[in-house]
Write a protein that binds this ligand. Sequence first.
Ligand code: GN1
Ligand code: MG
Length: 361
Amino acid sequence: MEREVISRVLTAYGIKAQAVPFGNGHINDTYNLIGTPYLLQRINTRVFARPDRLMRNIQLVTAHLRQRAEQAGEDPQRVTLSLLPTLDGESFFQSSDGSCYRILRRIENTRCYERAQNTGQMYGAAQVLGRFGRMLEGFDAAQLYETISDFHDTPKRVAALEAAAAGDIAGRAGQDAPMLQFALARKERCGVICRALKKGEIPLRVTHNDTKLNNFLFDSQTDRCVCLVDLDTVMPGSALYDFGDALRFGASTAAEDEADLDAVHFDMEIFAAFAKGYLEQAGRALCRTELSLLAQSVLWMTYECAVRFLTDDLNGDVYFKIQYPRQNRIRALNQFALAADIERRLLQMDRIVRQLSGCDF
Ligand code: GN1
Ligand code: MG
């Protein structure tokens, strides 16, 4: 069935190729189109209800980034994603069964990592993130649709968790009770970024919103970080979301679904390297309140991700793809363990940010 759909999609693009599964995303399905310079992606329309809007955002953002790259004398093909239009000139193809596909040009001679192998990689990723933010500074955020509303509204994520626990549709709330307790004990504090945004204490910027390390591409030869991909959630947001989420994933000593919680720690050397790279690129653009919340953003983004995994476990695994039963429970346990470790290190993290930024918040 899927094969048939894919063959219809490829016909719409005028491409003949074999599609082989590629990458580790939790939301969309990606395929390598063997013998072509392209990747095929099935857009998850349960998560992205309006693929037309999503694709419009990506067109606008990538066009802007390409233009900025050209102005800076950089190769636009390596700075951001390029979409291939269908033979009809559309940015994606909707099959008669409702599924939506797009084709992207592979950025050649690059690779991605599930875990940082050294601090240099995270320093490089941080520079790319800082540059990404800077390149989007002149971009009018009002042009963008909110592809997923309240995506990083942590208190709303907690409200969804409470609703899932009350509904207990999969009969898992009893077993998940200790995690729920940990989450609810931080319910008030977790809204600090959201509240600061709403009060105008920190600026709304155009942000990526999904900055885990495997969304950064690295040059296969030089290992230099090249660019940030997976642009589905580029929306107005806070720079703190991007900083915090990148470290949630990149500074963990274990994979996001490592079941041995003793192996899950927050690596301070990686934190320091990432903060350095980021502040070098974005530091001057950040306000004092943003700087004062940088360390906390890592805690709250990790906490939010844990809350989302736990919610999905309680809802019977309807959002994140899983490879084995209760994987979302393992992910949630892992992310809460990481959040607890980050919480213990916050003062030290603040000290590092103060030192690097020279700002005595
Ligand atoms: C999802 O699509 P992917 O795998 O890069 C999710 C992120 C989560 C992440 C957790 C649209 O990212 O928000 O932080 O999984 N993306 C969406 O690994 O929900
Ligand atoms: Mg991804």
